[in-house]
Design a protein around this ligand. Structure first.
Ligand code: ADP
Ligand code: 5GP
Length: 187
């Protein structure tokens, strides 16, 4: 008997809410989950590794991949392009592995249209002030980039009711436990 096809879970929410932090904790506890590595035209931040955090592409190379329908979804965010390479996601699902995407709102909406069976989780901050503190505290973005991310965050937060579940990332351990529960994983 062949293994059942894997399940696709998508996590979204405003930049700085703690999606990356939650996902890294989740993967450390559940190594069977396969996390999609996105492509982006943004420049790498200190400590980011090509092929591990992102595939860093020129705008030209990214657009070429769009033309070849190489992305499951893609979107522009805060002046840069981001996309999910299609082939690896399809291969992992076909192999029966649980697949996790961590992407922004427009991409989530595209995936909703193409993968109706996927489960979509929206991560919210406890307050807008706390979101701003986290983005600034990360210390990786210019003042201009922070402004763009905060402006975009207001739009994204309004979209929370579209999602299968809303997860408030206040206390990190509690949020991780709730994420595991939503994904049907034993903690
Ligand atoms: P995102 O991936 O959503 O952009 P990050 O995971 O980079 O967000 O988190 C943004 C900042 O907030 C980081 O400095 C991270 O350490 C911090 N952070 C994440 N989750 C929490 C939490 N539950 N409580 C306090 N700080 C958090
Ligand atoms: P960052 O620049 O902070 O790494 O990411 C900015 C935003 O882009 C985040 O909200 C992140 O979830 C989103 N993002 C990362 N990869 C992708 C992707 O492949 N597609 C889409 N649509 N968004 C992505």
């Amino acid at each position: 008997m062949s293994a059942p096809p894997g399940r696709l879970t998508l996590i979204t929410g405003p930049s700085g809410v703690g999606k990356g932090t939650l996902v890294q904790r989740l993967l450390a506890h559940h190594p069977q989950i396969w996390l999609s590595i996105s492509a982006t035209t943004r420049s790498s931040r200190a400590g980011e590794v090509e092929g591990e955090h992102y595939f860093f592409l020129s705008r030209e190379a990214f657009e070429q991949q769009v033309a070849e329908e190489g992305f499951l979804e893609w979107a522009e965010f805060a002046g840069n392009l981001y996309g999910t390479p299609r082939q690896p996601v399809e291969a992992q699902l076909a192999a029966g592995r649980p697949v996790l995407l961590e992407i922004e709102l427009e991409g989530a909406r595209q995936v909703r249209r193409s993968f109706a069976a996927g489960f979509q989780i929206f991560v919210e901050p406890p307050s807008f002030a706390e979101l701003e503190r986290r983005i600034r505290g990360r210390g990786t973005d210019s003042e201009e980039a922070i402004g763009r991310r905060l402006e975009r965050a207001r739009v994204e937060l309004a979209a929370a009711p579209e999602f299968d579940a809303v997860l408030v990332n206040g206390d990190l351990d509690a949020a991780l436990a709730e994420l595991e529960r939503l994904m049907g994983l034993a903690s």
